[in-house]
Write a new protein. Structure first.
Length: 248
């Protein structure tokens, strides 16, 4: 299979400074796209990721942006288009994850998760639509296996991702035929050198439950995003679980 090419195109990855977002940004840069990443609190990590992107030979931007804020999102989109001259791919990756019992979730916690995980992608997609329509571009939302399967200790997270999955399909209809919209739903993903990583026993537990006998990694998700970013434009409205079969 030939390596997909995004040469001459540009992409925006929200929450692209670290973890899955960084992997996605590097994969898009590896395919030849100029890449802008947004960050909220990870300024140092964003600067390092921008250097890594530029080392691949593409142009890169690190933009401070709060995806919950209409004005902040509007500014990030405008800056990306002004710097790169176009916008072809938007990846709505910025997200908030929290573990807590359903009966203990406060209204503030519920709202905070939905503001980032559902309202954020809506705002970014809405503000980017005009630029994407001009290039017949792509939107790739990052959902979750938790939006397809209920997790008792993550009710607000699961609900927000299920809403994002439905939003993906609504966007696919609303933005067609110029813009394709799809969603990648990761399962259990491991990250190296993560300070708040779950204990090894928990990772081993999920790997044992997964038919592919391992947990996912950032590159697994990045390659799925790259498929939607550079593959057939005719594919739209799809929710692709990248979970090694964990959700079966």
């Amino acid at each position: 299979m030939s390596q997909p090419s995004l040469s001459g195109k540009s992409a925006l990855v929200t929450g692209g400074a670290r973890r899955i977002g960084r992997g996605i940004a590097l994969a898009l840069a590896g395919a030849g796209a100029n890449v802008a990443i947004t960050y909220r609190d990870s300024r140092g990590e964003a600067a390092e990721t921008v250097r890594a992107l530029e080392a691949t030979g593409v142009r890169a931007l690190g933009l401070e942006c709060d995806v919950r804020s209409e004005s902040s999102v509007r500014s990030a989109i405008a800056t990306t288009v002004a710097q790169f001259g176009r916008l072809d791919v938007v990846v709505n990756n910025a997200g908030l994850f929290e573990s807590i019992g359903l009966d203990q979730i406060t209204l503030d916690q519920w709202d905070a998760v939905f503001e980032t995980n559902t309202r954020g992608p809506f705002l970014v997609a809405r503000e980017a639509f005009a630029a994407l329509r001009a290039t017949e571009g792509r939107i790739v939302n990052i959902g979750s296996l938790g939006g397809l399967r209920a997790w008792a200790e993550h009710a607000h997270y699961c609900s927000s991702k299920a809403a994002l999955h439905m939003l993906t399909q609504a966007m696919a209809k609303a933005f067609a035929p110029e813009v394709s919209v799809n969603c990648v739903a990761p399962g259990w993903i491991e990250f190296e050198q993560e300070p708040a990583a779950p204990p090894p026993s928990q990772a081993a537990h999920f790997a044992a439950r997964t038919p592919m006998q391992r947990n996912g990694n950032a590159d697994d998700i990045a390659q799925a995003v790259l498929f939607f970013a550079a593959g057939p434009h005719f594919i739209t409205g799809q929710i692709l679980a990248v979970d090694g079969g964990l959700g079966l």
